[in-house]
Design a protein around this ligand. Structure first.
Ligand code: NAI
Length: 773
């Protein structure tokens, strides 16, 4: 059944199959929308070649959530196939950043598009008024800017700009599609150059680049300052520049220099006029695609080594050790860093103060409130904090005082925020006029964090909590490091049935972590038990997990899991024991226990075997083989759709594109499910038995002999064979899930005694990487 949002978009077309256009087409396909992808003809004998190559790049580069989704994309060219956009509900233009080229294309689109279809541009800098100059009013009424970020699948921000002459409902319809169907956070922007994120972000890039040169810092030194201390990704400024391409300076920064007012502070930092940048452009030192930019990788004496361009000599040199007293003493505290007395400290202060002043100066022009700007920077540039959040963190009184001491002007918004005690004074935020307002959220968007300011958990400890999320729904939240499952988490999980009984009708399992639903059972605990040879403790840990999860599956109330990001090992087993799953589209779920030398032991093998037995209509040999293969592969899914193909999601489960909607969609499912709920019956599983185990074991021996599998991997695989074929029984014996759970436990205890298992676990704990012993 199509959702209301999906019916607004049955078919789309994307014109311009470059980085962005092809990525947008792939992401539309991820949402199940058929797309026509067109580009120019460059080779008369292969007229669709540009779009075809772009599609192949998306397939290779992970633009699609599953490879089959590429079938939803039809490639073509603008000369032969433009008329085919006639049945598209939404036409996205993503051609070169040139207003003349874009306008000319719009005229051609307007001749063939169906009345009322939406046309939008992915421009990153050109104002809408300029794009639609001299176009008919009927076109402008259906036109908007939908500015996706690169890469379109991964980046959550979408800036939306519509004309005041747009038809009623246009922005709401586009916002709805981008939010629910494409999973984006939509920020409605004003029609100003670069909208929000690039207006601030490009300015920051100019300042961070030119100030590094002026302060005499090296590329790698500037990046050390412009990353962790600012809450900015490791690429810092110059790593980012290499990624986006220095070749964009004339085009994108040039566009800013042409359109910004004469008094705009960005003009003081004009990258397009910088001699060093010019020289890099002349020499083709434009970044990653060119193989050289601010960084490059060279073979030196047969060893790959990273080099940086030297701002003084213009040639490449090896990386220096980062050695600044201010950086090491600040320990990540940005204010402390700025208070230091060396070059790194001076640089940090220069960039921070320019950034906060600029955001405060242009804030009233580009956004309604400071939250929109901070959100745009977090989501569009992957910053941990936006400029106003950063300013609040370092302290506004300190910041303004220092500006005054230096004789610099304090922008009005910054001065007002200083008077009010911050850009976010006591749970509110400032609008760009400087007035505190209450934060608002669109319907259906929610997180446990919303509750935490005003409520206390119903039950919990330092590892996990139970929350009353309303409408009779209880939520179980893990909050350990990477949400790993430990003994204390089990304490809370075990309490779930009685807490639900005390006045709830269903349970949702989810949390607000940015990356991990749960990265698995706590390996540290395993290591501790195994080092002490505490086998009784190990067995108890496994049994408690099995029982707690089984109680969820068979309990008298429905359980809905809301996994996202990493759902590995024990985390995946939690998902497998929920009665329903509402998964975020970006889900890396899997059972990689083999990598730490054990098997899934909280019912993961059992649940998968049950599922595959059902899928293969009780063909126990196929079910055993498929379960074995899934666990031995030990690779997590690359998306929720991929997880479904691995048997980790079922028919009744749902996929939610927007992470911000996950919790509320899971809650909605939990409410609906409680009305009709019949608890899951105990499973009776016909197993493959001893004979089938024989052939599976021979295959493992062959793999070891052929050098395809290590001896320890084979040992884990052999243990798995015993579990998935039911142990010492004959073919077709009916076992209960409890019988298989016993086999899981026996396997873990046996494998726990192997020194290689402990070595794998310790290595994973210390390095986060698997040991291939
Ligand atoms: P690109 O250079 O990778 O692709 C542009 C495509 O336009 C090429 O495939 C080219 O063949 C096609 N094209 C050139 N002339 C054309 C014409 N006359 N008619 C039709 N197609 C033509 O560029 P990219 O990076 O994909 O950018 C596309 C748009 O998206 C631009 O407006 C850009 O500002 C914007 N944008 C770019 C971002 C990025 O990070 N690359 C991020 C957000 C927006």
């Amino acid at each position: 059944m199509l959702t209301k949002t999906r019916t607004k978009l049955l078919k789309a077309a994307v014109i311009g199959a470059g980085n962005m256009g092809a990525g947008i087409a792939a992401h539309l396909a991820n949402a199940g929308v058929p797309v026509l992808l067109l580009d120019i003809v460059t080779d008369p004998s292969a007229r669709n070649a540009v779009a075809e190559r772009a599609l192949q790049r998306q397939l290779a580069g992970g633009g699609f959530m599953r490879q089959e989704l590429a079938d939803l994309v039809t490639v073509g060219n603008l000369e032969d196939h433009l008329k085919n956009i006639g049945d598209a509900d939404w036409i996205v233009e993503a051609v070169v950043e040139d207003p003349e080229v874009k306008r000319d294309l719009y005229r051609r689109i307007d001749e063939v598009r169906k009345p009322g279809s939406v046309v939008s541009s992915n421009t990153s800098t050109i104002p809408l008024a300029q794009l639609t100059e001299s176009l008919p009013a009927s076109f402008v009424s259906d036109f908007a800017i939908t500015h996706f970020f690169n890469p379109p699948r991964a980046m959550k921000l979408m800036e939306l700009v519509a004309s005041s002459d747009a038809r009623e409902g246009l922005t709401a319809d586009i916002a709805d599609i981008c939010d629910r169907l494409l999973g984006k956070t939509v920020i409605e922007c004003r029609d100003t150059p670069g909208f929000i994120a690039n207006r601030i972000g490009n300015f920051w890039m100019s300042v961070a680049t030119l100030e590094a040169m002026r302060c005499g810092l090296g590329v790698e030194e500037a990046d050390a300052v412009m990353s962790a201390p600012f809450g900015i990704p490791r690429t810092g400024i110059f790593g980012l520049f290499d990624y986006v391409g220095v070749n964009l300076v004339p085009l994108v920064w040039g566009s800013f220099m042409r359109t910004l007012d004469a008094h705009d502070a960005h003009r003081r930092y004009d990258l397009t006029a910088d001699a060093f940048i010019h020289r890099m452009l002349e020499r083709g030192q434009t970044g990653r695609i060119a193989g050289q930019g601010f960084y490059r990788t060279q073979l030196v004496d047969g060893v790959r080594s990273r080099q940086v361009i030297d701002f003084v000599t213009g040639s490449y040199r090896g990386l220096r050790n980062i050695d600044f007293v201010s950086l090491s003493e600040a320990k990540g505290d940005l204010r402390k860093l700025c208070e230091g007395s060396d070059t790194a400290a001076n640089y940090a202060w220069r960039v921070l103060s320019e950034l906060v002043c600029y955001a405060s100066e242009v804030g009233p022009e580009i956004a309604a409130d400071v939250g929109a700007i901070d959100t745009a920077m977090r989501l569009g540039y992957n910053w941990r904090y936006g400029p106003f959040e950063l300013a609040d963190r370092v302290g506004l009184s300190w910041l303004t005082k220092r500006l005054l001491v230096e004789g610099r002007a304090v922008p009005r918004l910054l001065a007002m925020a200083t008077d009010r005690g911050g850009f976010y004074p006591s749970g509110k935020l400032l609008n760009t006029k400087g007035t505190p307002i209450a934060p608002t959220r669109a319907e259906g968007i929610g997180a446990l964090a919303d509750l935490k300011t005003s409520a206390s958990p119903v039950y919990g400890n330092k590892a996990a909590s139970l929350w009353d999320i309303g409408d009779g729904v209880l939520a179980f939240e893990v909050h350990t490091k990477m949400n790993a499952g430990n003994l204390e988490m089990l304490d809370v999980l075990e309490a779930v049935p009685s807490v639900v009984k005390s006045g709830f009708r269903s349970l949702v399992i989810g949390n607000d972590h940015p990356r991990a639903f749960s990265a698995g059972a706590d390996i540290g605990h395993f290591v501790e038990l195994i080092r002490r040879r505490n086998w009784a403790g190990l067995e108890a840990f496994v049994v408690r997990g099995q029982n707690a999860l089984r109680a969820l599956l068979h309990g008298p109330f429905p359980v809905v899991a809301a996994p996202f990001g990493l759902a590995l090992g024990g985390g995946c087993e939690i998902q497998l024991h929920a009665n329903y799953v509402v998964a975020h589209a970006e889900l890396n779920a899997g059972l990689p226990e083999l990598r730490v030398g054990i098997v899934p032991g909280w019912g993961g093998c059992t649940r998968l075997l049950e599922r595959f037995t059902e899928e293969y209509a009780a063909d126990s040999i196929r079910a055993a083989k498929r379960t074995l293969e899934a666990i031995v592969a030990a690779v997590p899914s690359t998306s929720a759709m991929d997880a479904a193909s691995m048997g980790l999601l079922c028919k009744q489960d749902a996929i939610c594109m927007n992470r911000d909607r996950l919790m509320m969609e899971a809650k909605e499912r939990a409410v609906v499910a409680s009305g009709e709920y019949i608890p899951a019956a105990n499973a009776r599983i016909p197993v493959a038995g001893r004979q089938a185990a024989g052939s599976l074991l021979s295959a493992i021996d062959e793999a070891v002999e052929a050098g395809q599998q290590s001896e320890h991997d084979a040992r884990v695989a052999r243990a798995l064979v015993r579990i998935v074929t039911g142990g010492d029984v004959t073919h077709g014996t009916l076992l209960s899930d409890l019988d298989i759970l016993v086999l899981e436990r026996e396997a873990i205890l046996a494998l726990g005694e192997a020194p290689n298992t402990l070595a794998r676990m310790e290595h994973m704990l210390n390095t986060g990487k698997p040991l291939l012993n």
